[in-house]
Write a protein of this length. Structure first.
Length: 369
């Protein structure tokens, strides 16, 4: 027969179990809302435009509940497991899991790299980046947030016969395309929009024309000082009034920047559609996470090479303790991607380069997202 003390302990255990089950269910609900926030247009919902930034936090919290329940009340593991099943799509966008495949003969290596102005034109940084790129074996390299001079051209010209650039006359930003294939022409996409830099280059790859698009969409709108303050927000020091004020200001800034990216991305999509089925390779710093509306728009039009071939979150931006994947390579169905990766072996820019292989497809599969 149970003593009064044992009965009290049973009540405490039952109460604890119910509270933890409720907390786990709330976590799953929030994870669902955050994970599928990429469906919300920032033009209409700017304050929710960047909630995808916290998606990995809820993935980890849900994982914590799963471990806890495995050690205590195993039947409750159904709650976090259901959360992972329901959030499979955004979880796969954020941290894909794919089977590794050997790179086939005939595939070409491509790279996207935000070079951060070659660290303000520092000669040592220029040489480090040039040595890395020249030794990479990449046939096409698209650089964003670059600079250009005779020194920079000379650093790459031995390895790359074709070098082309484009400059944003409104803000002076330069992008560079390095190619081992002939560059036939180029055109500016969205020339009326000052906050982005998107260029389209006609490249003759093995006798076939391919549109190579190099994009740098609207930045976050945060100053370097505000990006540093982001650390305090991540720590969650909400008792500090200044932290609360900073967080509100940053949410508004980030939302406004996300709104400005929408017409920029829509302009790129219209340009792709105007090419009437011509093969497309798109490279760029999107300044948006995989859990975002703009990334979703482009991934409905093209194949995200990282999501379909890589493994893990692939953090490409790593400055001021902000760790996100905002660099991308995408391709039309005319190409098949292989083995994309974010390369952390070079640490000159605030971005790591993203590279992988693409090969012309023998047939076009229906693209879904």
């Amino acid at each position: 027969m149970k003593t009064a003390r044992n009965k009290r302990m049973d009540k405490v255990k039952k109460f604890t179990m119910h509270m933890l089950a409720a907390a786990s269910a709330v976590t799953v609900c929030v994870m669902l809302a955050v994970g599928y926030s990429y469906k919300l247009n920032p033009v209409e919902h700017p304050l929710f435009a960047n909630v995808g930034l916290v998606f990995p936090i809820f993935l980890l919290i849900n994982g914590g509940f799963l471990v806890l329940f495995l050690l205590t009340w195993k039947r409750l593991t159904l709650i976090p497991l259901a959360g992972y099943v329901l959030c499979y799509i955004p979880a796969h966008f954020y941290s894909p899991l794919n089977m590794l495949h050997s790179t086939p003969d005939g595939a070409i290596k491509v790279m996207s790299y935000n070079v951060y102005m070659f660290h303000n034109g520092d000669s040592a940084s220029i040489q480090k980046i040039a040595d890395y790129v020249n030794d990479s074996g990449a046939s096409i390299v698209c650089m964003q947030e670059a600079a250009f001079s005779d020194v920079i051209r000379d650093a790459f010209k031995k390895e790359y016969e074709y070098i082309d650039t484009m400059r944003n006359g409104m803000n002076g930003e330069v992008q560079i395309v390095l190619s081992k294939f002939p560059i036939l022409s180029k055109t500016r996409i969205n020339p009326e929009l000052s906050g982005c830099m998107c260029g389209a280059y006609e490249v003759l790859i093995d006798g076939d024309r391919t549109t190579v698009i190099n994009c740098h969409f609207e930045t976050s709108g945060l100053t370097l000082e505000e990006r540093s303050e982001f650390r305090n927000i991540v720590k969650g020091d909400w008792e500090n009034r200044s932290v609360r004020q900073d967080s509100k200001r940053m949410i508004v800034r980030l939302g406004e920047a996300a709104k400005r990216r929408v017409p920029q991305v829509e302009g790129v999509i219209r340009y792709i559609e105007s090419r009437k089925g011509e093969p497309v390779l798109l490279f760029g710093d999107f300044n948006d996470t995989p859990i975002s509306y703009c990334h979703h728009l482009l991934a409905r039009t093209l194949t995200d090479c990282y999501v379909t071939t890589a493994n893990g979150p692939g953090i490409s931006y790593h400055y001021n303790r902000i760790y996100v994947r905002i660099d991308n390579v995408m391709c039309s169905n005319d190409w098949h991607p292989y083995n994309f990766t974010v390369d952390r072996s070079i640490n000159v820019s605030d971005h790591y380069p993203l590279w992988g292989f693409v090969k012309k497809s023998l047939h076009n599969d229906k693209k879904t997202h």
